[in-house]
Write a new protein. Structure first.
Length: 85
């Protein structure tokens, strides 16, 4: 009866390759997402926040004299929750 070659080294190599592939396939989108987050934050701070401060915060911030519509725009949570309607 012929002796079969050992399969353990091939399985080990395949397992290592799969682990590396999985690691890189997860790590690359995470890095891309963080770059998008940075770009989004830069855009928000440069283009969006100044408009909110100028036009909206006087009525829709924690420092407003009278909060209108229950809408807070100076926190992420306030934006997500929305206002009364």
């Amino acid at each position: 009866m012929p002796v079969r070659p050992a399969r353990a080294p091939r399985r080990r190599q395949l397992l290592i390759a799969l682990v590396l592939l999985a690691t890189f396939s997860v790590a690359l989108p995470v890095r891309a997402a963080s770059e998008l987050d940075r770009e989004g934050l830069k855009h928000f701070e440069a283009k969006i926040r100044p408009v909110l401060v100028e036009k909206c915060y006087s009525c829709h911030s924690a420092g407003a004299k009278a909060l209108r519509g229950g809408l807070l725009l100076d926190t992420k949570e306030g934006l997500i929750l929305g206002g009364d309607s």
